[in-house]
Design a protein around this ligand. Structure first.
Ligand SMILES: [Zn+2]
Length: 647
């Protein structure tokens, strides 16, 4: 009997277990962690179990990169405990004044690594180790990799204190989950954190349609046109059909509201386009290769971002686009207008599956030379290079008989491609040859186009005034390179290289040969990129064989300037506990700062966004006493020294 009961009991236990297994596995297999099978779930690293909110999502379009993780709000406070999301070991710590600031990485048994950034401080043994290292190396900047046995952490351990270090716009915790190939995963898909509730679908503000070649038109015109959409419930429509012909690209300005009353918006990772119910394009930002986040410049409309700050998602794949977000995309998404009206439906989904749709109609139309409506023009002459074409729009003039296009060895006359009584629009195809100048209405326009630079192969441009080397794959698309050398309105010698609305994937290597003389050996001269009105960004450069050599990751205007003004040091507080200063430089920027107390190196932390440096002693209990010396040096070698005897 006893045996029997034992048997029965164990059968019962198995039966109970079996009854529960389907439930458990249903729950597990409907969740994304199915891909990352470990026993532990990821813990929400800030106040787990309490309602949380986000200020940013993974995949979001930032100016220079895809946002690789989630930004967890910390009530605008610095100092919240940051908990290890999973057990593992601290594998890396970095400290830099900009970027992520203070960062901690934890590697977990599943092979993934979690990253915690903009930290105010590290805690415990890691904090001690970092401080010792800073004093040993006499450097505030740190990049330390650790072995698995050194700093073991358990899920839920406090590993750091949240902050606002680096290039952070306000206190928050930036949190990434990366796989072993250094691809950032979407934390909201890896773990459906119950702390975050999002029931709101993506929001569409505008749609843009773009002609993709010289024979394409939107409302009878060539170019890129934006349309405000109307909201109907959770969906969006553009109610009247848009006339179209040729090859068309669609773009959307869309974002995902993160919570009903939040001022923060996230990105839209999943966007699908269907034409007459047939899917033609599918973007799914599932993983981000950390080494290639600059690929963002081909996913969003770079020119529009540069001109007005709006980040439109392009819903078509450019030739130079090597991102792997389009695995399920049946085509490039470029829409070929056929002979009947098409219904375009764009479906946008957030990480929680909330979806909205945008609908519009494209009505085919034949190319026509007479256009009823032309957009009001900002300037008298409009000149633009776009998609292998020069577009020139001009008002009527007495000598409007013809436009002359001057090439190196020949000239051609052209009649307007389309227009009306107010304006004439000329389209000039650049693929065969590009003109040096164009004349119309008694005016002459110099194109400054010097070369057609292909996107994928290495390309070298040589001239008397400058040489430019484009490494392989430095462009995303063909660029008609413009160069110009002259004086600007401030009598500065300026070298123009390309247009700032064209993105660069890699740095170009440049040699410029100035016509003015600069005392380069003084060390005070450097190359700067003109970044705006009276704004210059330091590039450095070196003088060799009659030219200045430098690299730039942006097109634009470059100039040479002298910085012989030393940085400024203003003391904020200097006492037995802390020494704190504001340091600034007028032009070339802060290069280094070093403090000593009675000849002993003193650690100074630096926050460029507030221009502040402050001390931290190796032994907290020790009073700051003796002769404090602080030396701040700019990029042109100008030095300012501050000394004070602390009693
Ligand atoms: Zn972030």
């Amino acid at each position: 009997m006893k045996n029997y009961w034992n048997l029965r009991l164990s059968d019962f236990a198995i039966a109970v277990a079996l009854a529960f297994i389907p439930l458990v596995s249903d729950a597990q297999f409907s969740r994304p962690e199915e891909k990352f099978p470990t026993e532990e779930k990821y813990l929400y690293p800030i106040r787990p179990g309490q309602p949380g909110s986000l200020a940013g999502t993974m995949g979001e379009l930032r100016t220079t990169h895809f946002h690789s993780g989630i930004d967890i709000r910390t009530d605008n406070k610095i100092g919240l405990p940051v908990l290890a999301a999973k057990s593992g070991y601290v594998s890396r710590v970095t400290v830099t004044p900009s970027g992520y600031g203070n960062v901690l990485y934890i590697t977990h048994p599943d092979g993934n690594t979690t990253l915690y950034a903009h930290l105010d401080k590290f805690t415990g043994k890691v904090a001690r180790h970092v401080l010792d290292h800073q004093y040993k190396e006499k450097s505030a900047n740190v990049d330390l990799h650790f072995q698995p046995h050194q700093f073991v952490v358990k899920r839920g351990d406090t590993v750091a204190v949240s902050g606002n270090t680096g290039s952070s716009g306000g206190p928050h915790l930036h949190f990434d989950i990366r796989d072993s190939n250094n691809h950032a995963l979407n934390p909201l898909l890896v773990e459906g954190f119950s702390e975050i509730v999002d029931g709101l679908p993506p929001y569409v503000e505008k749609v843009a349609l773009k002609t993709l070649d010289i024979n394409s038109r939107i409302n009878d015109q060539y170019g890129r046109f934006e349309f405000y959409v109307q909201r109907v419930g959770n969906d969006f429509i553009f109610p009247t059909p848009i006339l179209a012909s040729g090859n068309i690209g669609i773009e959307v300005l869309a974002k995902d509201k993160l919570a009903p009353k939040s001022q923060f918006w996230g990105g839209v990772n999943n966007i699908q386009v269907a034409v007459d119910e047939k899917v033609v394009f599918n973007q799914n930002i599932e993983k981000i290769n950390i080494a290639e986040t600059r690929g963002i410049y081909t996913l969003m409309d770079f020119k529009t971002m540069r001109l007005n700050g709006n980040r439109f998602y392009k819903l078509y794949i450019d030739d130079g686009n090597e991102l792997d977000f389009y695995g399920k995309s049946p085509s490039s998404g470029k829409i070929q207008i056929r002979d009947r009206e098409s219904e375009v439906k764009v479906t946008l989904k957030d990480s929680y599956g909330n979806a909205s749709n945008l609908s519009l109609k494209l009505r085919p139309t034949a190319l026509t030379p007479s256009v009823k409506f032309l957009d009001p023009m900002k300037s008298e002459f409009e000149y633009e290079v776009y998609e292998n074409t020069i577009m020139l729009s001009v008002p009527p003039c007495s000598d409007s008989s013809s436009l002359k296009v001057f090439y190196k060895s020949n000239e051609e006359t052209a009649t307007p491609t389309y227009g009306n009584e107010n304006r004439s629009v000329y389209l000039i195809d650049l693929r065969k040859q590009f003109p040096d100048s164009i004349s119309i209405c008694g005016k002459s326009i110099t194109t400054n186009i010097k070369a057609m630079v292909p996107p994928s192969i290495e390309f070298n441009y040589y001239s008397d005034e400058m040489d430019i080397q484009f490494p392989e794959k430095s462009l995303y698309d063909t660029v008609y390179l413009t160069t110009y050398h002259g004086l600007n309105s401030d009598s500065l010698e300026v070298f123009n290289i390309g247009s700032r609305v064209d993105p660069l994937n890699k740095s170009i290597n440049v040699i410029i040969r100035p016509s003015q003389t600069y005392d380069w050996d003084s060390g005070k001269y450097a190359v700067y990129r003109v970044a705006g009105r009276n704004a210059y960004s330091y590039l450095g450069g070196s003088w060799r064989n009659g030219g200045v050599h430098f690299s730039s990751r942006e097109f634009g205007d470059f100039t040479i300037m002298k910085d012989d003004t030393a940085p400024t040091i203003n003391s904020v507080v200097v006492n037995n506990y802390i020494a704190k200063f504001k340091i600034r430089d007028n032009l070339s920027g802060i290069n280094k700062y070093e403090a000593n107390i009675d000849g002993q190196w003193l650690l100074m932390h630096y926050d460029p966004k507030t221009a502040t440096i402050w001390s931290e002693q190796l032994k907290k209990s020790k009073a700051l006493k003796g002769k404090l010396t602080l030396v701040v040096t700019d990029n042109s070698g100008n030095e300012t020294v501050y000394t004070k005897q602390i009693q």
